[in-house]
Write a protein that binds this ligand. Structure first.
Ligand SMILES: [Zn+2]
Length: 356
């Protein structure tokens, strides 16, 4: 391999005999012989030097409302510069971005080094950068260096499958402000549909990040007859309540046919609603419906008195009525983090005055 195509050496890996290396970024801990790559296909052993091939190379950039990630309780109304590098450590049959995540060999990349990415976010008046669309854990060094380049005016958020080692989660927590972790189903579902042997590390990572002060929201993609068993969901909701806290926002996202699952119908709204009921029964305060524009559960109601405190339509904030961080009717504090990066309803043209 010529020097010009060499990637950036990764921060943490274990050298083994015969120039092999063991990756430390995700729980697969791939042992990679010289000249080969990990399962993710973007971390490569070049003669004992372990490299990230996608460092500083973006495949997709866009400016999104942070609500689209989805993050509903972090920096409400913020605009984020979204960026992806190619590749993933999962192979989900229902992947919505498989052209950049799975079948990405020939996808065009754009040189976008960390410092330029950080500058671009500021120049475009974004309050944050979102590492998203593919799995940011496997472009960890690119993401972390970008976070190190951003100033206090810029927040950093991950949209992730959560499949990372304890070391990765601990390191990430030193720079990351918020994360949405997609929990895809029970263990068998992960094996059958995502090529993941054991999802336990995802739960560990969520706890590590939350304990370190990173704002965590959880998304559950619901696929009919695949991962919609209410009792399995109930167990997961109880875990979230106990380990992450009852104020953890939880999203139930509607499946639409994608990639290798074109023949499965979209999730019935009634299924989503019954699972949302399960989450509320388990004591979670903030439960949302995703991919169903116009659904009443897009908005945030005060868990105590029911007053609508953040009204959303799609990803837009229509009104933002928190007073001193609490419900304007009963005063209950509402769990919203990252308000220093928030625009409230300002970004959508509402004339409502911001009251943080
Ligand atoms: Zn209230």
């Amino acid at each position: 391999m010529s020097p010009s195509t060499r990637g950036r050496e990764v921060e943490r890996y274990e050298p083994l005999e015969d120039d092999r290396v063991r990756c430390a970024v995700c729980p697969r801990r791939c042992v990679v012989p010289p000249g080969e790559r990990g399962v993710c296909d973007v971390r490569q052993n070049d003669g004992g030097r372990f490299e990230l091939l996608t460092y500083g190379r973006a495949v997709s950039t866009a400016i999104d409302p942070i609500e689209k990630k989805p993050l509903f309780h972090f920096a409400p109304g913020a605009r984020v510069l979204s960026v992806a590098a190619r590749g993933c450590n999962f192979e989900c049959d229902f992947c919505q971005n498989y052209r950049i995540a799975i079948e990405h060999e020939d996808v065009p990349e754009q040189s976008f080094p960390p410092a330029e990415l950080a500058d671009a976010a500021e120049e475009r008046s974004c309050e944050g950068i979102a590492y998203t669309y593919t799995e940011p854990t496997i472009f960890l060094e690119y993401a972390l260096d970008t976070m190190r380049e951003t100033g206090e005016d810029t927040c950093n958020v991950f949209v992730s499958n959560g499949y990372m080692t304890e070391e990765t989660a601990t390191q990430l927590a030193t720079e990351l402000d918020a994360i949405n972790i997609d929990i895809k189903g029970h263990t068998e579902f992960y094996r059958k549909r995502c090529a993941v042997p054991d999802p336990a590390p995802i739960y560990d990572a969520a706890e590590t990040l939350a304990d370190a002060g990173v704002h965590v929201e959880i998304t559950n993609l619901v696929i009919p007859d695949e991962n919609d068993d209410p009792e399995v969901v109930r167990e997961r909701m109880a875990w979230i309540r106990e380990e992450l806290g009852p104020g953890t926002p939880v999203h139930f996202s509607r499946f639409r046919p994608a990639y290798r699952m074109q023949d499965v119908p979209p999730t019935p709204i009634a299924t989503l609603e019954s699972l949302m009921d399960v989450a509320r029964e388990e004591g979670l305060y903030h439960v949302y419906c995703g991919n169903v524009p116009g659904h009443e559960s897009e908005s945030t109601d005060c868990p105590d008195c029911g007053t609508c405190v953040i009204k959303r339509q799609g990803f837009e904030i229509r009104s933002y009525d928190l007073e001193d961080g609490g419900c304007p009717s009963c005063g209950r504090p509402i769990e919203v983090a990252g308000t220093e990066w928030s625009r409230g309803a300002e970004s959508t043209g509402s004339r409502r005055r911001l009251r943080f």
